[in-house]
Design a protein around this ligand. Structure first.
Ligand code: ADP
Length: 495
């Protein structure tokens, strides 16, 4: 029995009724660093952590008073190296047994276990706190937010805004197919099936949806438009574990935008009539002064005419943009000779520019299908830009050629050029190169955007090649029909 105790990993102690150590087994050195002979005659209480002192004293008192025969407890004790160790104590009260007359105590080091437990408690506390933060943020967000489990679609979390936006609370959806409780409609009026909702697409296909506009039917029977974004939530193995959707009601914003677009459309329409009329009278006056050969008046009238043309271009561009926004920029396709359309455009532009020579080269005839007026508008704008952004230069070259499936038009100037960093943005709405020289040219930054939209609607492409200070070439392509008429190459000056 003695040999068993001497070789056990568990520490065995014999204590008197004051907690003084009468005997300690060798395992004590392993657990608390002290040799048994060092501790003999010392009280156990002297190594107890201050936070565990009162519990330790109470335990001892209860054993002394024989109110307890046995005791299980966990306390911190000071190791010889100065560190604290968590010990699990089992004390059997044999004070009343004349054969033993001591407390038999066995103790075990559970520091690793205890530290892991404390760490876990800490983590649980932290995650509870993070959860509370998340809920607060969700509730404060001015958008509806829902989080659903993948792949089922079971709703895990949603905020009050969801109910407020829908003006209705839905039964909690446990599966994607039930998402059709939410009444949404595609632009053609067909309802969203459960699996078509952005949240369903994110949790099932991992799709990230950005600002999808969906018409929806509120609980009170009114309709609105919401902007919906959603994304999958992935675990460290990149597997989809959930999805989150965020949506806002943009009905009011849409209504105001519509009002603004209608207003701009109406204003530009109204402006067109008086400007056309002033232009007519200017031409009449020009004829009148040509007969009487009044050079100075003709000079002023030419300037007036030029500015009227600029004003007309501006009104047309603004009108086209508002038509685009209202979804009313309809193309009227017809078969026409692209070369003839370009030539007409160049002739009218050459008549108003004394500074530049517009030079046309390439094929003689090239029939395409498209909206002649809109394509004319694109050519007009690109040539106007070529003239505008090449002050002090004399030439603008226009080339019409073709490849296997496309007609190609290049408009080249030798002006200020564009740095390549702007190439990707130059066709964006309102984008203007933000540099001191460029800012000296008048403009709204909508012409290239419009050109891009028109060419795209013809299934074509538009692009720019340029070098700062060396000039620019704007090009666009338009698809050719199988039986296109093409005539051989030529070269013209529009002077
Ligand atoms: P705007 O000329 O009215 O500003 P655009 O949409 O036609 O608007 O052009 C956008 C920007 O692209 C211009 O502000 C200008 O900085 C640049 N840009 C367009 N064409 C040319 C060109 N031929 N040469 C140099 N820069 C150009």
């Amino acid at each position: 029995m003695h040999a068993l105790i001497e070789h056990s990993h568990e520490v065995s102690l014999l204590l008197d009724d004051q907690g003084t150590i009468l005997y300690a087994s060798p395992a004590l050195t392993h657990v608390l660093g002290y040799l048994p002979k060092e501790v003999s005659g010392q009280t156990m209480l002297s190594w107890v952590h201050s936070l565990d002192q009162s519990e330790a004293s109470e335990s001892l008192a209860s054993l002394q008073a024989h109110t307890r025969q046995e005791l299980f407890t966990t306390q911190r004790y000071l190791h010889k190296d100065g560190s604290w160790r968590w010990l699990e104590l089992h004390v059997v009260n044999k004070l009343a047994d004349p054969q033993v007359a001591a407390l038999i105590c066995s103790l075990r080091d559970i520091t690793t276990l205890k530290e892991a437990e404390i760490k876990q408690q800490h983590l649980v506390k932290e995650s509870d706190l993070a959860h509370t933060h998340l809920l607060t943020v969700l509730q404060q967000m001015p958008a509806g937010v829902m989080i659903a489990e993948s792949p089922s679609g079971k709703l895990l979390l949603s905020n009050d805004q969801v109910r407020q936006i829908w003006r209705h609370s839905f039964p909690e959806s446990n599966e994607v197919d039930k998402y059709d409780h939410y009444k949404g409609f595609h632009s053609d009026g067909t309802p969203y099936a459960g699996h078509e909702w952005p949240l369903a697409r994110s949790i099932r296909q991992g799709e990230s949806v950005r600002e999808e506009e969906i018409t929806f039917l509120r609980g009170d029977g009114t309709r609105g438009i919401m902007s919906v974004s959603s994304a999958p939530i992935l675990n460290t193995q990149n597997e989809i574990i959930a999805g989150v959707v965020v949506f806002i009601d943009i009905s009011e914003r849409k209504r105001l935008e519509q009002l603004k677009d209608n207003f701009i459309s109406m204003v530009s329409h109204e402006l067109k009539t008086p400007v056309t009329s002033i232009k007519g009278y200017t031409q009449l006056l020009q004829k009148h002064f040509q007969r009487s050969d009044e050079k100075q008046s003709l000079h002023f009238l030419a300037k007036m005419n030029y500015q009227l043309d600029k004003l007309t271009d501006l009104i047309n561009e603004i009108l086209s943009i508002s038509q685009l926004d209202l979804g009313m920029l309809n193309l009227r396709p017809q078969v026409f000779d692209l070369v003839e359309a370009v030539r007409e455009e160049l002739e009218s532009q050459q008549a108003t520019t004394a500074t530049h020579k517009l030079q046309l080269k390439g094929v003689e005839k090239l029939t395409i299908t498209g909206d002649r007026e809109r394509i004319g508008q694109v050519i007009h704008h690109l040539v106007s830009n070529a003239i505008k952004y090449s002050p002090g230069r004399k030439q603008v070259c226009i080339e019409i050629c073709y490849s296997d499936q496309a007609a190609l038009i290049h408009i080249q100037d030798y002006g200020i050029g564009i740095d390549s960093e702007h190439f990707s943005r130059i066709f964006e709405r309102f984008y203007r190169v933000d540099e001191p020289l460029e800012q000296t040219f008048p403009g709204l930054g909508i012409g290239l955007y419009l050109a891009h939209e028109i060419i795209q609607r013809h299934q074509g492409h538009i692009w720019v090649e340029s070098q700062k200070g060396e000039g620019s070439t704007f090009s666009f392509s338009l698809p050719l029909q199988p039986h296109t008429t093409i005539a051989k190459e030529t070269s013209h000056d529009n002077h």
